[in-house]
Design a protein. Structure first.
Lengths: 117, 115
């Protein structure tokens, strides 16, 4: 079964508008971390934002915020005021067991965001 | 900030040859490193977990004799693609886990093309 699901393979957004990228996850571990990464055409993985399962507040980092709904097991990424440079692939990822050094990241299938001028 | 390098960034090799890819953590120690493979327009798929001083743990379906991993020091892990074939052409990305804070940092990736 998929642990991380991103249901939007591709999305368009108008420059300067906000956009929400969906991510749902599945885990029985009470301790987990959720990540969002941006991958431009160069291929590098750029860390954007992190949310721990015990965090009380939604994470924010500049124009990025994470809409964490624990009961629904969703961790949507919201990008405000989209810029042309935001065009890229976006991956949601999860690590189970926050404090276990051996645990790896599991990635969703990704969403390609295209920002229109 | 923590930096992970990969070398080479691009490599083209002939079918049947072997290729070594290096992953280095430049300013932190990493007892654990991860190797991912990414085909065009697809997500990252974990190939193996590399542990310093011990054998790597391979994911199901990944041939350990074909993808040799050596994690000989706290800052270096290598992935060797042996007897490469065109179907091994892919983008290989490593990540290194900082031993002090468990944060994971990605390298810039290596694009392998086997002709």
């Amino acid at each position: 079964a998929q642990k991380i699901t991103q249901t939007q393979p591709g999305m368009f957004v108008q420059e300067k508008e906000a956009v929400t990228l969906d991510c749902t996850y599945d885990t029985s571990d009470p301790s987990y971390g959720l990540f969002w990464y941006k991958q431009p055409s160069s291929g590098e993985m750029i860390f954007l934002i992190y949310q721990g399962s015990y965090d009380q507040q939604n994470a924010t980092e500049g124009r990025y915020s994470l809409n964490f709904q624990k009961a629904r097991k969703s961790a949507n990424l919201v990008i405000s005021a989209s810029q042309l440079g935001d065009s890229a692939m976006y991956f949601c990822a999860m690590r189970e067991g926050i404090y276990n050094a051996g645990n790896m990241l599991t990635f969703g299938g990704g969403t390609r965001l295209m920002v229109k001028p | 900030g923590a930096v992970v390098s990969q070398h080479p960034s691009r490599v083209i090799c002939k079918s049947g040859t072997s290729v070594k890819i290096e992953c280095r953590s430049l300013d932190f120690q990493a007892t654990t490193m991860f190797w991912y493979r990414q085909f065009p327009k697809q997500s990252l798929m974990l190939m193996a977990t590399s542990n310093e001083g011990s054998k790597a743990t391979y994911e199901q379906g990944v041939e350990k004799d074909k993808f040799l991993i050596n994690h000989a020091s706290l800052t270096l892990s290598t992935l060797t693609v042996t007897s490469a074939h065109p179907e091994d052409s892919s983008f290989y990305i490593c990540s290194a886990r900082d031993s002090s804070n468990y944060e994971q940092y990605f390298g810039p990736g290596t694009r392998l093309t086997v002709t």
